[in-house]
Ligand binder design. Structure first.
Ligand code: SF4
Length: 362
């Protein structure tokens, strides 16, 4: 499928002009933020944006409501904080890693250092700055929590010696030492076969073409089941749900005060040390039975010009009584359903005079 639109995926330098001002997206390879970096983002959101930090479905952070001179000042602050290591590559550092990697018993291998190595190598190759902003790498520590994120190039740990690299559903076993180089080689092969496509799956026979260029024979199958990671203590870590993925100033300050930094997850939550305290008092959720578990929403009004409703306000009002049968829920201000989770979910879409829930008017 050839694309006809321009890739407008936002970054820090390529800011998207939303209805409520500039929107900057800060890539966080592996979701990792030191406490100092989180505080830099918090202060920047307060001084340059609308005060909130939005968590995205790719474990990135967004700042909204930037004024005209905001992006320049923001990029200076992020560069100084080590959050903008390559100007050319800033929109292509899309690397997910299992957020609990190395922290609990389900982790077969700590993939966070691999994510950092992959990021450094990616930024060291000028040609890969041409990747589309939607191209995604994923490093799964073996538990299957990233099985449904539909990354372009996925690696899942088998043990501490080897992993399986998959393009689509085709897998190749390899030692960890070869993983970063082969992930980047797959991305380079994608650039050599694409026309206007943004993702490998959009290129006819894209996966097979890349495997042939890399002289790889895919004969491994992976369990497609996704393991859900819910709020609560997991080994040495505490998973903290952020209601609707929007961190307030008080919440960001409380997380920055937790020891050892945070890992942002693709599920609008963050991972901190299990010893962290004082988070519930600022509205963060540390248990799996909350109404906010698995609930996401797009920007809606007033942030998006296309929105037919203030979905975040409506979700905040209606979620406590919402029937969902244990499923995830996504609230969208129009049919584009931005930010919808991978896999199954209750589909709530604004239609102007109400909502459709799974296609039924309510
Ligand atoms: S789903 Fe529609 S209303 Fe929501 S952010 Fe996307 S375009 Fe805007």
């Amino acid at each position: 499928m050839a694309r006809t639109e321009t890739d407008r995926c936002p970054g820090v330098l390529a800011v998207h002009q939303a209805a409520d001002g500039g929107l900057a997206r800060v890539r966080l390879p592996g979701g990792w933020l030191s406490a100092e970096q989180l505080d830099v983002l918090r202060v920047a959101a307060a001084e340059l944006g609308d005060g909130r930090l939005e968590l995205t479905s790719r474990a990135n952070v967004q700042i909204r409501g930037l004024k005209a001179d905001g992006p320049r000042e923001l990029s200076d602050r992020l560069f100084a904080a080590g959050l903008l290591p390559s100007i050319a590559h800033e929109r292509v550092r899309n690397i997910l890693a299992s957020p609990l990697s190395g922290l609990d018993e389900q982790s077969r291998y700590d993939v966070l250092p691999v994510a950092a190595e992959l990021d450094r190598a990616l930024c060291g190759r000028p040609g890969l700055a041409e990747l589309p902003g939607r191209f995604l790498f994923a490093l799964d520590d073996g538990r299957g929590d990233l099985a449904d994120v539909r990354a372009d190039v996925t690696v899942r740990a088998l043990d501490d010696r080897s992993a399986v690299l998959t393009l689509g559903n085709r897998g190749v076993r390899m030692p960890w030492a070869e993983v970063p180089e082969l992930m980047l080689a797959a991305a380079e092969a994608f650039l050599s076969i694409r026309d206007q496509e943004w993702r490998i799956a959009e290129v006819p026979d894209g996966e097979q073409q890349i495997l042939e260029r890399l002289a790889l024979h895919a004969d491994e199958e992976l369990d497609p089941t996704t393991t859900r990671v819910t709020a609560g203590v997991h080994g040495k870590a505490l998973v903290v749900t952020v209601p609707l993925g929007g961190l307030t100033q008080a919440q960001a300050a409380a997380l920055a005060g937790a020891t050892g930094g945070v890992r942002v997850t693709p599920w609008r939550s963050v991972v901190v040390a299990a010893t962290a305290t004082g988070l519930e008092g600022v509205g963060l959720v540390t248990t799996p039975d909350s109404v906010w578990e698995g609930v996401t929403a797009c920007a809606g009004k007033p942030g998006c010009a296309k929105a037919l409703a203030d979905v975040r306000a409506d979700a905040a009002r209606l979620m406590p009584t919402f029937a969902r049968d244990g499923r995830r829920v996504h609230w969208a201000g129009c049919g584009r359903r931005c930010g919808k989770p991978a896999g199954g979910f209750v589909d709530v879409v604004a239609v102007g005079d109400g909502y459709l829930v799974d296609g039924e008017r309510v």
